[in-house]
Design a protein around this ligand. Sequence first.
Ligand SMILES: O=C(O)C1=C[C@@H](OP(=O)(O)O)[C@@H](O)[C@H](O)C1
Ligand SMILES: C=C(OP(=O)(O)O)C(=O)O
Length: 414
Amino acid sequence: MPLTPLTSPLDATVRPPGSKSITNRALICAALAPGTSTLTGALFADDTQAMMGAVTALGAGINQDPDNRTLTVAGIDPSTATTAGLIDARQSGTTSRFILPAAALLNARTIVDGTPQLRARPFGPILDALREVGAQIEELGEPGYLPAAVHGPLHGGNVPVSGHISSQFLSGLLMAAPLMRDGLSVTLTSPLVSVPYVEMTKAVMIAFGAQVTDLNVAAGAYTPTTYAIEPDASAASYFLGAAAVAGGRITIDGLGTASLQGDVAFADILERMGATVTRTPTSLTVTSAGHLHGVDVNMADISDTAQTLAAVAVYADSPTRVQGIGFIRGKETNRVAAVVTELRRAGIDATEDEDGFTINPGTPRPTRFATYEDHRMAMSLSLLGLRTPGIEIENPTCVAKTYPTYFTDLAALT
Ligand SMILES: O=C(O)C1=C[C@@H](OP(=O)(O)O)[C@@H](O)[C@H](O)C1
Ligand SMILES: C=C(OP(=O)(O)O)C(=O)O
């Protein structure tokens, strides 16, 4: 995918597609709520298709209306459901980590597997926690990795869970918890990364009628609900980053101070770098002259936007250091190594640190970037093409994981 630099400053309003994280949480809660739920503003992408396939395998019924971005979900009663089978979570961390506990509620054997990329990502903490709350677990490949078989039901109770590898283990356990016999109380055994995603989990659960306080969930049931899903804040980071790189104004419609998504704080980092940010409860506007300063920032809460910041940092007037994100070596690819390798390919002085990376600004040369089957490598590196001639993105269709129309929407900015 060749990219063409912009010839005039940006001046656009964008509404990104629905949040992947909220869509996949709402699908789990709706699938476990006996009755009909309606999800509006949903994301239609590979990760959410993976979740739709997963909850269908558990017995839920899904009607997809992509033109109206709406999903209608006929939920199951997990205490009587006995559907077992093979679930393909594809490349999706959220689908795999959220469906394992949900499948383990059933008195049936379910195998969860995914692509080779997903098989390389860690699952040990969630498999261990599920054993503690009553599941029979078979690790069918390497211990601590997919594929794995789960068989319930779950008695719940108190369970220790580690937080430093991924918050998705905790979110998955919490969402299944209302249907555990004794409910669930989680004690974290290590510091939690991606904290805002756990707050999001609790908010979606509460919208579907669950009782949640701190990391304690009461036994009960989900209630079918009509639920409106926000646009995706991680996707929005590319458009906000575009204003920072190319200069001009970008407004994100549908995301603001009222958002459930931590990634809206990417705008705060651009503000620290010198951009002007205007916020309302439901919109974010970034205006920039394209001259930003470097920043030293901990991105443990919003690590999906770290690659976006790496791209923006290339054009700042001083170095940028990102800390607190060593755990993103376990995402779709080793994101710390991948972003440093690709920026160095373009002649930028980037270095890998133990818990992040440092980007020294420079003038990138024309480069064809590798994307490592990582949608966020493709979307973040595309920002260089808005300012530097001769930028190409290999395998651009990898954006289908969360944002199939990304390159069309980027082109429409001009
Ligand atoms: O719960 C979620 O929806 C997510 C949590 C984060 O993962 P980790 O908790 O593994 O950092 C994030 O990177 C991912 O894209 C979505
Ligand atoms: C890490 C990501 O996804 P997941 O963990 O859900 O596969 C992501 O979307 O950047």
